[in-house]
Design a protein. Structure first.
Length: 355
């Protein structure tokens, strides 16, 4: 038994406020670590669990939260990958590393993976116990420019679109279309621009589009009130103005909405690549033959390979990805007000809960 007292704010039922509890934390099992939480970002997935009927894999009550940064304060036997006191990111999805899928390069679909706030208690707490194997140390050069709490969002809001861009093969001079410019979308814009792509951002929020233009989008399209045909026309016009090719577009659906997914699919053209990054429970009716006719591809994106986290932090340290303008700090004790604001869509930035 550890001597660490953990405070958790746990989901107890769909649509109900999270409830606070405290207890003495069990000592970490072999190969695991206790991380003192510096910050935990509030993600659309948390809202999906709490309000939209998406079931967690672990039973309730369960502390949600999978965008976690903090410091290692206790190690289980054999957990040699981390050091006490080390500042770390906790990957949102951690594979086992030993199964056939992991050993053959398919770590993101490992069936023994651990997702905090889904498979076990997550980061809406003072401490979290997680596998030590994939904890990502935060370099001092990055900490010199950022507070540890704000880096929590790297664990999903930034690494997930990074993985999507990397998987798509996006290269300098290509056209990247980000459908949804808030949340993970604004980071998709930044990452695509940092690759050297020409970027068009779509959204219904003028403020988000203004930020997208400031942080890398060469053109923006306000889709408010537009039908699919009108959206396609405006995107084609913007692509032409940017000098982009009329084929082989890279489309990133980051809105996690039915309308966003339908718009993204409608933008497919010859040789296009569609990355589905956002999540919604809503269903859409699609003509799959478009993929055949355009020789296009559509690919889902479940999190980010933990092996890419150090590179993402390197980009942040170099200033190629900005974090601070897109996060806001909230006390963990205010979790229910923050989750309500996230659910109603009134947050202007990614909320990070700090114990």
């Amino acid at each position: 038994m550890s001597d660490i007292q953990v405070t958790r704010w746990a989901m107890t039922a769909q649509g109900q406020p999270c409830e606070c509890s405290s207890e003495i934390l069990d000592s970490p099992p072999a190969g695991e670590a206790v991380v003192e939480v510096a910050g935990c970002g509030v993600c659309h997935t948390d809202i999906s669990f709490l309000h939209q009927g998406v079931p967690t894999r672990a039973p309730l009550p369960l502390a949600l939260g999978h965008e976690i940064s903090g410091k290692v304060v206790e190690l289980g036997t054999g957990a040699t990958e981390s050091h006490l006191g080390q500042a770390v990111l906790v990957p949102a999805v951690m594979p086992c590393g030993d199964c056939e899928l992991c050993l053959n390069g398919h770590r993101r679909i490992c069936r023994a993976q651990v997702m905090p706030g889904n498979d076990r208690h997550g980061g809406f707490a003072s401490h979290v116990t997680v596998p030590a194997r994939y904890l990502c140390p935060v370099p001092e050069a990055v900490l010199a420019k950022h507070e540890l709490w704000e880096l929590s969002v790297v664990a999903d809001a930034i690494t997930t679109p990074f993985q999507a861009v990397r998987s798509s093969g996006l290269a300098a001079g290509d056209l990247a279309i980000c459908v949804g410019a808030g949340g993970i979308g604004i980071h998709g814009v930044q990452i695509a621009a940092a690759v050297g792509a020409k970027v068009i951002a779509l959204d219904i929020d003028a403020g988000k589009l203004e930020l997208a233009r400031e942080f890398g989008a060469g053109a923006v399209v306000d889709t408010t009130g537009l039908n699919i045909k009108e959206i396609k026309g405006q995107v084609r016009a913007a692509a032409k103005e940017l000098g982009a090719t009329s084929v082989r577009w890279h489309i990133f659906e980051t809105s996690g909405t039915k309308s966003g997914q339908e718009s993204a699919y409608a933008l497919l053209n010859h040789g296009a690549h569609l990355a589905v990054v956002g999540f919604t429970m809503a269903k859409s009716e699609l003509r799959l033959s478009n993929l055949m006719a355009f020789d296009a591809t559509a690919r889902g994106n479940w999190g980010c390979d933990a092996a890419l986290y150090p590179e993402v932090l390197e980009w942040i340290g170099q200033g190629r990805i900005q974090v601070s303008p897109f996060v806001e700090k909230h006390a963990l004790k205010d979790i229910n007000q923050v989750l309500d604001a996230a659910h109603s869509g009134t947050l202007k930035s990614r909320a990070v809960l700090v114990p």
